[in-house]
Design a protein around this ligand. Structure first.
Ligand code: MV4
Length: 502
């Protein structure tokens, strides 16, 4: 076992903060890296130390392997946590980190490379009797072969990039006459997006639910699962609402899917946190899709229902420790829902919105967790993902969690930019969601911007200006020593310190 003393977090925003909090609780030092656009970002201020790595575009900073590794060396960090996105699933990066004798907090680069290829991952699943969808075992590039295979599978089929993932570059094909054109397009898209033109054909499941199993594996061959997350509520492959547990899994189905996920991870010699993705069809048959070799955005819902801090577990595992709990010690407690708050205009086709957060006040109280990376007055940079925050509600039952989430969404105050909060509220109120009878097509089926309660924009802007004025007035008064709300709070602090001085 090698104790980690200092972690460089090769990421930004909420996930960088999330990882640093766990590191701090473990007594581990934290190093932030930042780009030009992130000079004043919260993750930079929260870290023990910070180092500038380059220009705002991710290719010049958060995606630049050499700059990140040399920053880690310079700051004497003995481990790198990649977060999600950016370099998190890049096996070349994991290898370079290891070769620099720095601990990569994640799986081995070999496991990442293997699972990065969806065809290779499916082949392993098949070998271990984990259900997969009917499809080609190899990449297809000739139309005659593609026609033969697609006919055997049965239309509609889906063409997927072997090096792809997350739904990028997928193409549905309804009939043979559409195959040639789509095969050519899919191959050229795969080539430009992933540098690999390999594509395969799979049976298309029309109305699936997207369910994934969280696993943890240590470096000693122990693997456990932490149940499922339901991720079916999404728009254009961007997840918006996730929850745990899923309202459709029976204990038996949960056990079967969990066992499949563990089997697969063991077969790959997988260590650290990982997620095994499945599709569930209308008859509740499940099929393995792919395995994600990172800590996922939606990991908090699993943390809420299991009480396990996944970022801490990742660090323990990377230090070579054995898992400290057995499968039968992990239980589901209550229900958790996550709403991703994006800086996007739900009333205008979810166009990304940039600008300054004039007002920003997060909800609080019973059962509410907010993982975010911004505060009032900050600019939303145009260079990165538009996700502002994750709002997580945890309660005793699904119905109570929905109520808590709805209240928290109403309490969230954001002005200056448009967000997806109204869409999240729409989901919480919709009978298809509350009844649990939905699939991945929820948004296309039920949502249109006319269905949102239009808020009065002018009114909101006036309120924001009034708030900004009141704020600057308070600051003015404080410097002039005039009584204000600020003085009251200082008095309260002083009293507190005198009475409880320890
Ligand atoms: C599918 C599918 C239906 N049939 N594969 C999306 C994420 C990526 N990991 C794989 N995904 C899917 N694969 C077969 N054979 C449906 C999805 C899917 C999806 C597809 C279209 C629109 C939204 C979707 C949301 C989740 C999953």
């Amino acid at each position: 076992m090698k104790r980690i003393k200092k972690i460089l977090v090769a990421n930004r925003g909420e996930i960088a903060l999330r990882i640093m909090r766990s590191a701090k609780e473990m007594g581990i030092g934290t190093v932030a890296v930042y780009s030009q656009a992130d000079r004043n970002a919260l993750h930079v201020r929260y870290a023990d130390e910070a180092i500038f790595i380059g220009d705002s575009p991710a290719s010049e900073s958060y995606l630049n392997m050499e700059k990140i590794i040399s920053a880690a060396k310079r700051m004497k960090a003995d481990a790198i946590h990649p977060g999600y996105g950016f370099l998190s699933e890049n096996s070349v990066f994991a290898k370079k980190v290891k070769d620099a004798r720095i601990i990569f907090i994640g799986p081995s680069s070999d496991a990442m490379e293997l699972l990065g290829n969806k065809l290779a991952a499916k082949a392993i699943a098949k070998k271990y009797n984990v259900p997969i969808l009917p499809g080609t075992a190899k990449a297809v590039n000739k139309i005659d072969e593609a026609k033969k295979q697609a006919k055997a599978i049965g239309y509609p089929v889906l063409i997927k990039a072997a090096a792809g993932g997350g739904g990028k570059g997928m193409r549905t094909v309804e009939s043979e006459k559409m195959l040639e054109e789509n095969l050519a397009r899919a191959m050229s898209e795969a080539k430009s997006a992933f540098g690999d033109e390999s594509v395969f054909i799979e049976k298309y499941i029309a109305s699936p639910r997207h369910i994934e199993i969280q696993i943890l594996g240590d470096a000693h061959g122990n693997v456990i699962h932490l149940f499922e997350r339901e991720c079916s509520i999404q728009r254009r492959h961007q997840k918006v609402i996730e929850e745990a547990p899923s309202s459709v899994l029976t204990p038996l189905l949960r056990e079967k899917m969990g066992t499949c996920a563990v089997t697969l991870a063991k077969a790959c010699g997988y260590s650290n946190a990982g997620t095994v993705e499945f599709l569930l069809d209308e008859k509740n048959n499940f099929y393995f899709l792919e395995m994600n070799t990172r800590l996922q955005v939606e990991h908090p819902v699993t943390e809420m229902i299991t009480g396990i801090d996944l970022a801490k577990e990742q660090i323990h595992i990377a230090q070579g420790e054995k898992l400290s709990f057995r499968q039968d010690e992990i239980k589901i407690r209550g229900h958790a829902i996550e709403a991703r708050i994006y800086a996007e205009d739900a009333t205008n086709n979810f166009l990304p919105d940039t600008g300054t957060l004039i007002q920003y006040k997060t909800p609080r109280g019973n059962g509410v967790r907010v993982d975010d990376g911004y505060e009032a007055g900050m600019e939303i940079p145009v260079y990165y993902d538009s996700m502002l925050a994750k709002l997580i509600a945890h309660s005793s039952t699904r119905s109570n969690a929905i109520t808590a989430m709805h209240r928290a969404l109403n309490d969230y105050i954001i002005s200056g930019i448009e967000t997806t909060i109204p869409f999240c509220r729409f989901v919480m109120e919709h009978p298809a969601f509350t009844s649990g009878k939905f699939d991945t097509h929820f948004a296309e089926k039920y949502f249109s911007h006319e269905k949102l309660q239009r808020h009065n924009k002018a009114e909101e802007e006036i309120a924001a200006i009034a708030a900004a004025l009141a704020f600057s007035e308070t600051q003015q008064n404080e410097t002039n020593n005039i009584s204000s709300a600020g003085t009251v709070s200082k008095w309260r602090n002083r009293k507190y310190n005198e009475e409880f001085d320890f």
